[in-house]
Design a protein around this ligand. Structure first.
Ligand code: SF4
Length: 312
């Protein structure tokens, strides 16, 4: 069965990990479709609204390989992530892919658009412990503008069902910063999603040539750092508006115990062991999502300067 594999995942499989600044700790795979995804998301190179090559997702190359070929090497990763596209028969195909992947003996994340509950249960039973959901937009308005498939409320219902099936903290919502949301809108949506039992995987918008949003700019790094801190505080259970306030597009945070290990906010967020190295940024930086503790240490000057500026 053919799948796409992120180029960083493939490099590690082929024994070239030594050359990588931060090797992926999860194996990232994408369902193969010659014509891409039937959805029309404006930011995505897989979308049917895009003229970009079909071997791209964000800024990363995803070559097509035979799953059987890479299967024996997948044990070198701590987690396997199978991402879906919408195409005829994609749920059935996901079932076959998961049947094969479950033999690897690693935890599996499945990233999928809303599917019926019976189908979700069937797929989860094949060894999935985390569900990724690409809501992508921080507000219903942006959701419509970027032409997401289905509706905002369909996604919210699907996440709630996901929490019922997999448990609190086992649904991870992908959100893309920089599509026109304000910091307050982003924070309010993260509070709602964490309130229903989900967690947040933050992405920075990355313009890709050939997509309708190719001319838009990525978000300012300081805005993204504010979002990352807000995400950490919300997931740690703090009432964000008690411990922090919004000034313009930045967070100001009171000094207190909630800032313990605050730098962890800048590491990639998502399922356990998901580090998505350089998915949104060039390895030359600036690094929106920092994929390893070693790189967190190497970039200390940047984020500690940011922290000093926002704590009061
Ligand atoms: S957070 Fe990472 S491992 Fe989880 S579904 Fe998203 S990309 Fe996959």
């Amino acid at each position: 069965m053919k799948v796409r594999v992120s180029i960083g995942t493939l490099a590690l499989i082929r024994g070239e990990g030594i050359k990588q600044l931060a090797p992926p700790t999860t194996a990232y795979m994408l369902q193969f479709s010659e014509s891409g995804c039937a959805a029309r998301c404006a930011f995505c190179p897989q979308s049917s609204a895009s003229r970009a090559p079909r071997d791209r997702l964000s800024r990363v190359l995803w070559p097509a390989v035979e799953l059987e070929e890479i299967l024996p090497r997948l044990r070198i990763f701590r987690r396997l992530c199978m991402q879906s596209v919408i195409k005829p028969g994609f749920v059935e195909e996901l079932g076959s892919l998961l049947d094969t992947l479950s033999g690897v003996g690693r935890p599996i994340s499945l990233a999928v658009t809303p599917i019926p509950l019976y189908a979700l249960r069937r797929l989860v039973a094949k060894g999935v412990d985390y569900l990724g959901v690409g809501l992508d937009a921080f507000t219903p308005r942006i959701f419509r503008e970027i032409m997401k498939p289905y509706s905002w409320s369909t996604y919210i219902s699907f996440m709630k069902r996901g929490v019922e099936v997999l448990g609190r903290g086992h649904v991870v919502v992908h959100l893309i910063a920089g599509l026109g949301e304000s910091l307050r809108e982003a924070i309010d949506t993260m509070r709602i999603l964490v309130g229903i039992g989900a967690r947040i995987a933050l992405f920075a918008f990355t313009p890709v040539k050939g997509t309708p949003l190719e001319k838009c700019a990525p978000p300012p790094l300081r805005y993204y750092r504010s979002l990352q801190l807000a995400r950490l505080l919300i997931e740690r259970g703090y009432d964000i508006y008690r411990v922090a306030e919004i000034r313009g597009d930045e967070l100001r945070i009171r000094n207190g115990p909630w800032l313990r290990d605050a730098e962890d906010a800048f590491l990639t967020s998502g399922c356990p062991d998901c580090n998505r190295p350089f998915f949104n940024e060039s390895p030359r930086g600036p690094l929106y999502n920092i994929p390893s503790r070693r790189l967190l240490e190497a970039t200390r000057a940047e984020w500690s300067d940011f922290l000093r500026g926002v704590v009061f």
